[in-house]
Design a protein around this ligand. Structure first.
Ligand code: G3P
Length: 220
């Protein structure tokens, strides 16, 4: 399963990219609104830092405007995937972009039917928002299970990118189901890496090593 970072924060992107944990990036207008740098500067810089797919979102809501934006966003780097909202005009844009060889990620997916239609339009990725489904009293992970099963039944090449992840258990569940990608806020990736027993174990190894050094007058 691929791990994307769901952020526009360059510091976090550099930090986690350096430990080899980041296969790609997803951003959206909300994430860009939280940063102080100019959005275009951020998007261009991400495409330079990350070798894998960098998902950049359009903000237009008509097919023509989305296409214009998509063409501009793809000039930022050759690894850009264009995020398109799940609306009829968006699906039309996805179909055209797919024919042009431009990769798309249909975002704001909340049902298996929406994912099916996005895949049929030729999306490279679909992004179901599981945390927001859970918040609304639905079972987000059940939607992931359905989409993965539907895509397998019909050999769709569209990848299921699990978005709106709220905790590390979501990641394990998505991996067990066989989702292709999870996109994580940096703090969730941080939580995945740490365990109190790892810290406790390291502390006691280091303390015991001090004893070894003392016992043998060993200076390493
Ligand atoms: O990529 C967008 C998605 O992950 C949004 O997450 O936490 O705003 O529901 P959230």
């Amino acid at each position: 399963m691929k791990i994307f970072l769901d952020t526009a924060n360059l510091e976090s992107i550099r930090k986690y990219n350096d430990i080899g944990a980041v296969d790609g990036i997803t951003t959206n207008p909300t994430l860009l609104s939280r940063e102080k740098e100019h959005p275009e500067e951020i998007m261009r810089e991400i495409t330079r830092i990350i070798k894998g797919p960098v998902n950049l979102e359009v903000v237009g809501i008509t097919t023509d405007v989305m296409l214009e934006e998509a063409h501009r966003l793809t000039t930022f780097g050759n690894n850009v995937v264009v995020k398109i909202p799940m609306i009829p005009e968006g699906l039309k844009a996805v179909k055209i972009l797919n024919n042009e060889g431009i990769k798309t990620n249909v975002t704001l997916i909340f049902s298996s039917n929406q994912a099916l239609l996005a895949a049929k339009a030729g999306a490279s990725y679909v992004s179901p928002f599981i945390g927001r489904l859970d918040d609304a009293g639905h079972n987000g992970m059940e939607v992931i299970r359905e989409i993965v099963s539907i895509f397998n039944n019909y050999q769709f090449r569209t990848e299921v990118l699990v978005a709106s992840i709220r905790h590390p258990v979501h990641v394990v569940e998505a991996a067990k189901i066989g989702a292709h990608v999870v996109t994580l806020p940096p703090e969730i990736l941080g939580k995945m890496m740490s365990h109190p027993l790892s810290d406790k174990g390291l502390e006691s190894f280091l303390l015991d090593w001090e004893k070894v050094k003392k016992k043998h007058d060993y200076q390493i």
